[in-house]
Design a protein around this ligand. Structure first.
Ligand code: GDP
Ligand code: ZN
Length: 304
């Protein structure tokens, strides 16, 4: 391809039509997309070249391994590419939303990435109740890290570090969960990095909803993607028919075989999922979430 002579870069931050692209040597350069529209998101590998003494242009995107979407008002908007794994951070307090958690797990499953849950604030008395709420998730094979970033930050990092090694991890967490605490433990100069980058992009200080790429190591092997303010994955690219297959407890139940091949697992007779619900192999909270997501995916899509 003719673009092979162009330099390869990594998008570490995007703000409107301003992108910060990290060069192969590790320098960072302000780039604009060629043409009016740009689909580049953080995590994209791009072909770029210099246009002036200190700016560049993004000529093309490299093929993506995956693409993740956030729910932005009423539509799905892509925000990160080439993510290897997802850490959903929850805490003993504030009580987490199982619906947002399940939605994140569905989005990760669709993208083909491993998701794990981090339960923070295990120093608080509500820990037993939190574990109980997470039991269905551990039962379906999702790994849960437990820690107190306050009582034992070193212990938390020791448990987390091997999993992060050599991977690009997206972290997600409702506010008050301890996500900034964790990011600052992992990347001690995170605040300074964000400041520098905002300055380079001329984006001022109020850009906290933008996804930020950090390196966890000097060798630039392990990436950490933080999207402050982000809780809700966009799932409009998923079809209602796909949904049960992306929920491990539902997939396991449906494997027994519903009477109808196109069963929606809602009110059809001979439904293996509803049988599992009656027998407690699927818990009620998960079934409610299935209905909620299934309804959402069954509505006609919005375009805008
Ligand atoms: P964020 O909103 O998710 O970024 O959360 P922060 O990192 O700002 O933490 C929210 C609050 O929880 C702060 O007051 C932290 O000091 C507190 N916090 C963080 N980790 C722990 C923990 O392990 N135990 C307790 N009790 N509090 C914590
Ligand atoms: Zn069924």
């Amino acid at each position: 391809a003719p673009r092979d002579h162009l330099d390869l870069g990594l998008v570490v931050r995007g703000h409107g039509r301003h992108y910060l692209v990290e060069t192969a040597e590790g320098g960072r350069i302000l780039c604009h997309p060629r043409g009016k529209k740009s689909d580049a998101v953080v995590g994209d590998r791009v072909r770029w070249q210099m246009t002036g003494s200190d700016e560049g242009v993004i000529e093309a995107l490299e093929p993506r391994r995956n693409l993740l979407y956030r729910q932005d008002e009423w539509r799905s908007k892509s925000f990160a590419a080439n993510v290897d794994q997802l850490l959903v951070l929850v805490a003993v307090e504030p009580v987490f939303s199982e619906s947002l958690l399940s939605r994140a797990l569905v989005a990760a499953a669709e993208a083909g990435i491993e998701a794990r849950i981090g339960l923070n604030k295990t120093d608080l008395p509500g820990v037993a109740a939190a574990r109980q709420r997470l039991a269905p998730y551990t039962a379906m094979g999702i790994q849960v890290f437990e820690w107190s970033l306050q009582a034992d930050p070193a212990g938390a990092l020791a448990r987390l570090a091997p999993w992060l090694q050599g991977k690009t991890t997206l972290v997600l967490g409702p506010s008050g969960t301890g996500k900034s605490t964790l990011t600052n433990l992992l990347i001690p100069d995170a605040q300074a990095q964000v400041g520098e980058i905002s300055e380079a992009l001329n984006s001022g200080r109020h850009t906290t909803t933008h996804t930020q790429w950090y390196w966890l190591d000097a060798e630039r092997q392990s990436g950490w993607l933080d999207s402050p303010g982000f809780q809700t994955f966009g799932i409009q690219h998923i079809t209602p028919t796909q949904l049960a297959g992306l929920m491990p407890d539902f997939a396991a139940a449906a494997a027994a075989g519903c009477r109808f091949a196109n069963c929606t697992h809602r009110q059809e007779p001979g439904c293996a999922v509803q049988a599992a619900l009656k027998e407690g192999r699927i818990v009620e909270s998960r079934y409610r979430i299935y209905l909620e997501l299934h309804d959402e995916l069954s509505r006609p899509p919005h375009y805008g």
